[in-house]
Design a protein around this ligand. Structure first.
Ligand code: IMP
Ligand code: MG
Length: 181
């Protein structure tokens, strides 16, 4: 199997670009359907990891009146969560009374989701739902199950399609998984 080395760690192919696009389109359909008559929701992309997914998902939803904005958190160092969430860049848009769709690359422990939902609740949105490209149910410690999920995966470290290892490899079109010996 083709191997990719990032920061001295070996990764192997896991989810292909084509499989990702298929699930992005499916998730987009689910989101649009759940919104019913609301054609002008606000999407909230959680930086940095979700930027690639957000670009594809937002366009796949094909809602000309929808908006997208960005928030930035950091909890990961190396290949595991530090458990401490730092908000590095805050919310700039008014979300009061609006349907908000959070776009996350991956829900692991759910600590980030919890912090984010608590932050957003203070701004009185009409609803908050989360779309996560990837979800590791076995790692979840917070009960923050995403409403829309691209792929449920085991608790392994992955990268590519926006996901990084200490800032690297975000540009890979496919998703790779850490090779086990
Ligand atoms: P959580 O707060 O533990 O749910 O982690 C959320 C954040 O950790 C994600 O938004 C990612 O940035 C990062 N993360 C979690 N799992 C992985 C992984 O397997 N690869 C790369 N980053 C990850
Ligand atoms: Mg992230």
């Amino acid at each position: 199997m083709e191997e990719t080395v990032v920061k001295g760690m070996t990764f192997v192919p896991y989810i292909s670009e084509a499989e990702i696009q298929e699930q992005v389109n499916r998730v987009a359909r689910e989101i649009v359907e759940s919104l019913g008559d609301d054609k002008a929701p606000i999407f909230l992309c959680v930086l940095n990891g979700a930027f690639v997914f957000a670009a594809d998902l937002f366009r796949a939803c094909d809602l000309p009146e929808a908006e997208i904005t960005f928030i930035r958190f950091k909890s990961y160092e190396g290949t595991s969560s530090t458990g401490v969430i730092n908000q590095v860049m805050g919310l700039t848009e008014d979300i009061e009374g609006r349907n908000v769709i959070i776009i996350e690359d991956i829900v692991d422990t759910g600590v980030t989701s919890k912090a984010l939902r608590e932050t957003l609740a203070k701004h009185n949105p009409k609803s908050v739902k989360m779309a996560a490209l990837l979800y590791k149910p076995k790692s979840l410690t917070t009960g923050q199950v995403p409403e829309f999920v691209g792929f449920e995966i085991p608790s392994k470290f992955i990268l590519g399609y926006g996901l990084d290892l200490d800032g690297q490899a975000r540009g890979l079109r496919d998703i790779l998984v850490l090779k086990e010996d």
